[in-house]
Structures are given as structure tokens and as C-alpha cells.
Design a protein around this ligand. Structure first.
Ligand code: CO8
Length: 257
């Protein structure tokens, strides 16, 4: 049996990462975060990458947070450095050039919720539980939660979750826009399969351009962001994908990207 904490399965450029520490509900300790960093560094240089799915081993938990036992005795400096390294890793995940999907199969708390927030999408099982319970432990989110959560669900709901530490179910997570889809846990695998097929079948250059336009544009004023879209739109006409995509439509066949 492998002793890896991140299992990597590559299906023609659609890569699935499974955090494999089920006895601790896949809590993020420095060993898991170090492996994740290493895996992401390898992935970000790959031209054949199409999508990345991330999930947790077992049926109970996606990730139940940063490892509390490991954090307990940290000094302020150690806590800062630990969180800073994780912030850099999550940024690496967020800025992968391809779509990233969190498959949330159970507890998604603290650093786990922050991990899902660093992905483009979150798809949850109907038994998933979300929250930023850090204030119950005497701290605040340290892996980006105070910044990415309000950007996803708005400041009012982010303040609610980060100051009460309350847990919410998958239905509420869907309603506030924290996740894109909710389904029975038994359907998550079939969904991942379907998504893999869909993302793998789309034009890789245009999928990357769409992600770049949205991510980079969100940090700019509207006029600059529209200029970015215009540049990326023109860029799409420079490669083979646009010719193939539009020819396929005209010739009434499926495109072959
Ligand atoms: N860290 C370490 N171990 C954990 C964690 C965790 N976050 N969560 C669960 N575990 C362990 C438990 O200790 C237990 O281990 P053992 O079997 O050895 O006693 C095992 O996983 C199973 O857990 P439970 O027995 O508690 O399972 P339950 O089904 O009873 O409860 C819960 C499940 C509700 C998920 C419960 O485990 C829980 O509340 N976990 C903690 C959730 C939490 O507070 N997460 C936030 C952590 S803080 C954080 O993420 C901050 C990020 C920024 C950090 C900045 C760093 C400096």
C-alpha cells in the first residue's frame, strides 16, 4: 500500500488528487500540505493538463480543517510561517491554468473549506457540512478564508460564518453560492466521470482562456477587464481550436479538439 498522503490519478490530463489521511478526517498537517505543494508544482508546468479534481479519502470527510493537534503549540511566528506556506500552496492551486473542482464528500471545515474556496468549483454530497469554526478554537481562518469566502458568498454571509463558527449543511451551502451543485454521495463518482469527459472534450486553449479572463478580470476595473477579454478572444482565433470548433458546427459534426 502506498504511504502517499496525496494520491494522484491521471486520466488523459484530467488529474484527480485524493487527500489520504482518513483517520484524521483528512486534516491538513504540514506533511499533507508539503505533498500538495509538490504535486501542484509538477502539474502547473504541464501543457497537457485539462482539469484538476480534488477530494478526500473515505466517505466521511473532504477535509476537516488544518491539523489542530499540530497547530496547538505553535508560537505566533511559527503559526505565521505555517499559514504563509499554505497560502502560497492554495494560491498555486487557484492559479492553475485549468478548471479545478473540489469534490466535497463530507466534512469541509476550516482549512478544508478554504481549500474548496481555492478551487473554481465545489460539488458536494448532500451529507456535506461546511463551516469556518476557527473562532471556536480561538483563531481565525488562516488559509485565505477571510478573503475568498466574502468574494464567493458576499461579506454578510462570510461575517456570519467566520464570527459564529456555525456549521451549515449542503443545501445552505448551495443556496449561498458556496458550492455549485449538491448530489447524493453515491452520485459523486458518476458526476466526476461525466465532468472529466466534458472538460476533456472541450478545446483546452479556450477553456484556459475562459478561466484566465474570469480570474484575472475579477481583480481589475471593468474597462481593463473587458480589454483583457478582448485580447483573449482574439488570441483564440490564433490557434487551430477555433477553426476546428466552427468548422465542426458548419459541417454538422462533433469537434475534435
Ligand atoms: N485536526 C486534527 N485532527 C482532527 C481534525 C483536525 N482538524 N478533525 C478531526 N480530527 C481527528 C480527531 O481528533 C479524531 O482523531 P482520533 O480518532 O485519533 O481521536 C478523528 O479525526 C475523528 O474525528 P472525531 O472523532 O472528532 O469525529 P466526529 O465524527 O465525532 O466529529 C468533526 C467530526 C465534527 C469534523 C470533528 O472531528 C471536528 O470538529 N473536527 C475539527 C473541525 C475544525 O475545527 N476544523 C478547523 C480547524 S482550524 C483550521 O482549519 C484553521 C486553518 C488556518 C490555520 C492557520 C495555521 C497557523
Amino acid at each position: 500500500m502506498s504511504d502517499k498522503l496525496i494520491e494522484v490519478v491521471d486520466n488523459a490530463g484530467v488529474v484527480r488528487l485524493t487527500i489520504t489521511r482518513p483517520k484524521a478526517l483528512n486534516a491538513l498537517n504540514s506533511a499533507v500540505l508539503g505533498e500538495l505543494e509538490h504535486v501542484l508544482v509538477e502539474l502547473e508546468g504541464r501543457d497537457d493538463l485539462r482539469a484538476v479534481l480534488i477530494t478526500g479519502a473515505g466517505e466521511k470527510s473532504f477535509v476537516a480543517g488544518a491539523d489542530i493537534a499540530e497547530m496547538r503549540d505553535k508560537t505566533p511566528e511559527q503559526a505565521r510561517d505555517f499559514a504563509r506556506a499554505a497560502l502560497a500552496t492554495f494560491k498555486r492551486l487557484e492559479t492553475l491554468p485549468v478548471p479545478t473542482v473540489a469534490l466535497v464528500n463530507g466534512f469541509c471545515l476550516g482549512g478544508g473549506c478554504e481549500l474548496a474556496l481555492a478551487c473554481d468549483w465545489a460539488v458536494a454530497s448532500d451529507n456535506a457540512v461546511f463551516g469556518q469554526p476557527e473562532v471556536l478554537l480561538g483563531v481565525i481562518p488562516g488559509f485565505g478564508g477571510t478573503q475568498r469566502l466574502p468574494r464567493r458568498v458576499g461579506p454578510a454571509m462570510a461575517l456570519d460564518l467566520c464570527t459564529t463558527g456555525r456549521k451549515i449543511d449542503a443545501a445552505e451551502a448551495l443556496r449561498i453560492g458556496l458550492v455549485n451543485r449538491v448530489m447524493a454521495q453515491s452520485e459523486l463518482e458518476a458526476y466526476a466521470e461525466e465532468l472529466t469527459k466534458q472538460l476533456g472534450g472541450n478545446g483546452p486553449q479556450s477553456v484556459r482562456a475562459a478561466k484566465q479572463a474570469i480570474h484575472d478580470g475579477m481583480d481589475q476595473d471593468l474597462d481593463s477587464a473587458l480589454a483583457l477579454e478582448n485580447a483573449l478572444f482574439a488570441f483564440c482565433f490564433a490557434g487551430d481550436e477555433q477553426t476546428e470548433g466552427m468548422s465542426a458546427f458548419v459541417e454538422k459534426r462533433k469537434p475534435n479538439f
